[in-house]
Design a protein around this ligand. Structure first.
Ligand SMILES: [Zn+2]
Length: 294
């Protein structure tokens, strides 16, 4: 499970891999594992005919670097991946997390007060304090009611003004280019909302509007969905699994850090993040993950 990939180092987001690390990971996966398109792998898993060491690659959210940096690497290695896109942010939008990161990046030294009940004021000075602030605020605001989070996002964006990045997410054309290259495009809700925070009606609307927008962009039906934030029982529950199935999705992925077996539900396939940066590290990690099979 990937989100972003960078061509340089961002001290504020050191956890994001640079393209050269992704290149090593892709080379290792190609050499020692069987990388399959997710839809194909999910079908084979359910039918009990998945080959050994099968792996699928996914990217969440719809960042432009997926098109600019990951797509060339995937093509170079002859690999396939599925990209889950929050369609409401295509063509110049920003996901709340990135509004927060850019706010902290550009915050003046001193006390930062976002003016939110229950969220404490933070001291901002050097890089370490900014990293700590991002971590703290991400955690404090992840489960903020969606309407309030949107209001806050709008306010922070106004404050950021010209510092707000204008092309962090893909354009419709870039999503289409991924699809034309044979990559999978999957649903991820329109506004990257945590489904368990919504009414059933609003959740259905987020799932359906996203599916309709993306399928009209790529001119194909969508087959795979990723639950935003993706923790089973916390970010979504069985009612959302049913909504996703009713919406016509053949499979769906969570962020439960595990390996899927034949017993797994096709609409709750687990995933994990590869933090390892070397060939041997990636292989050992893949071996270790077999202890977490569901
Ligand atoms: Zn996401």
């Amino acid at each position: 499970m990937y989100h972003r990939v960078l061509d340089g180092f961002d001290p504020l987001q050191a956890e994001i891999h640079q393209a050269k690390v992704m290149d090593t990971q892709f080379r290792t996966l190609r050499q020692f594992f069987q990388v399959l398109p997710l839809d194909e792998a999910a079908d084979m898993l359910m039918q009990g005919r998945l080959p050994p060491r099968a792996v699928s690659i996914t990217f969440d959210d719809g960042y432009r670097d997926n098109h600019d940096l990951a797509l060339p690497l995937l093509r170079q290695h002859g690999l396939n991946a599925t990209f889950y896109v929050a369609s409401g942010y295509l063509n110049g939008g920003l996901i709340f997390h990135d509004v927060l990161v850019e706010t902290i990046r550009h915050a003046a030294t001193g006390t930062l007060d976002l003016g939110i009940d229950g969220v404490e004021r933070l001291q901002i000075s050097d890089m370490a304090s900014r990293i700590a602030a991002i971590r703290h605020l991400t955690k404090a605001m992840k489960y903020l009611e969606p309407g309030r989070r949107q209001q806050l996002s709008t306010r922070l964006l106004e404050t950021l003004g010209p510092h707000a990045p204008r092309s962090l997410m893909m354009s419709d054309e870039q999503v289409r280019a991924l699809s034309r290259s044979g990559m999978g495009i999957g649903g991820h809700t329109t506004h990257h909302v945590i489904l368990s925070k919504l009414t059933a009606e609003a959740a259905r609307d987020e799932i359906d509007s996203n599916r309709n927008t993306l399928s009209s962009i790529i001119d194909k039906p969508l087959t795979s969905f990723a639950y935003p934030n993706g923790k089973p029982g916390i970010d979504y529950d069985t009612s959302h699994v049913a909504l996703v199935r009713e919406s016509g999705y053949r499979n769906a992925v969570s962020t439960l850090s595990a390996v899927g077996t034949r017993q797994a539900s096709a609409h709750e396939l687990p995933r994990f993040v590869l933090n390892e940066t070397t060939t041997i590290g990636v292989i050992l990690r893949m071996l270790r993950m077999t202890a977490y099979a569901i």
